[in-house]
Design a protein around this ligand. Structure first.
Ligand code: GUN
Length: 291
């Protein structure tokens, strides 16, 4: 039995926040307070919690954050008009539109409407393209947080096999690109998804598995090799013993003792996503100074 190390996102995120204080101070000395505009459409309980946690962190660091709450019935035009207004407002360095959006709104159109220089989520095609050619500007927050965490806990990816499960634009695809970049991961990467036949064949070879498929406790000990590092990106609410609990995509009790290290859920990748949103907003403010 291995002594599975728990990779705390609380610890890693605080290491990042410690390093941000000087940068925030320097910007404030120049009269700039990094500012985020967060847009939440509708009443989805999980999205409400995520957005509140994001803006709370900005407040705690003395940064500006305004939350725009729009009704579920808002028209696409109203949302696009709001984005245009925030694009033109110099007090905002970052714009975040919490996903998913209601079905009657075309998410791609909304993402395209965000000024790529304020796209702190890194979802705009210009930023996604820059990442894919190895010149990252704004990198999506969860993948960036995963890379930070692995570095913080000395999980070396160089020459290793990273198997990513899930191909979303928010997590799976960007984390596969980041891990493969020579300057960041230099790993050999396999990107698996719902169409992969014999998933175990791939995950059992992995030195690092990134589980980002959104299936509660799917990945158990039978999927991994001994000593693998597991990054659990899932946030799934399930009923257990009559209670509502949050679990990841990894069956954590099953893999404990076989994995060398594991990010917990909660308090694993989640806090890193927020930390990277803060960092991206600071980067945006710094880039404005340079240009
Ligand atoms: N929904 C799930 N993850 C994210 C994220 O990182 N950013 C935004 N805007 N929406 C999300």
């Amino acid at each position: 039995m291995l002594d599975t190390k728990i990779l705390s996102g609380i610890e890693a995120s605080h290491a990042l926040y410690d390093s941000l204080h000087d940068r925030i101070h320097t910007l404030k000395e120049k009269g700039i307070t990094p500012g985020l505009a967060a847009i939440l459409v509708g009443e989805d309980p999980a999205s409400q919690i995520y957005v509140r946690n994001k803006t709370k962190r900005f407040d705690a660091l003395g940064l500006k954050s305004d939350l725009y709450r729009l009704e579920d019935s808002v028209s696409q035009k109203e949302l696009l008009d709001l984005i245009a207004k925030i694009n033109a407002d110099d007090s905002f360095h970052g714009i975040l539109v919490q996903l998913p959006l209601p079905k009657h709104i075309d998410s791609d159109k909304v993402i395209h409407a965000i000024d790529p220089k304020k796209d702190v989520d890194g979802f705009h095609p210009e930023n996604a393209g820059l990442l894919s050619i190895g010149r990252p500007r704004f990198v999506p927050c969860t993948p960036k947080g995963i890379m930070f965490m692995l570095k913080h806990f000395d999980v070396d990816l160089n020459g290793k096999h990273v198997v990513v499960v899930g191909r979303s634009n928010i997590v799976g695809r960007p984390v596969s690109v980041l891990s493969s970049l020579k300057s960041l991961g230099n790993a050999t990467v396999t990107l698996c998804h719902s169409g992969t036949s014999d998933l175990k064949h791939f995950t059992q070879q992995a030195d690092v598995v990134v589980a980002a498929m959104g299936s509660p406790e799917f990945l158990d000990a039978s999927f991994i090799k001994e000593g693998a590092c597991l990054v659990d990106v899932g946030i799934n609410r399930i009923e257990r013993d009559g209670k509502s609990v949050i679990v990841g995509d990894v069956n954590q009790p099953s893999v404990t003792g076989k994995a060398s290290s594991l990010t917990p859920v909660p308090r694993g990748v989640g806090p890193m996503t927020i930390a990277m949103l803060v960092e991206n907003t600071i980067v945006s403010a710094e880039l404005l100074l340079l240009n």
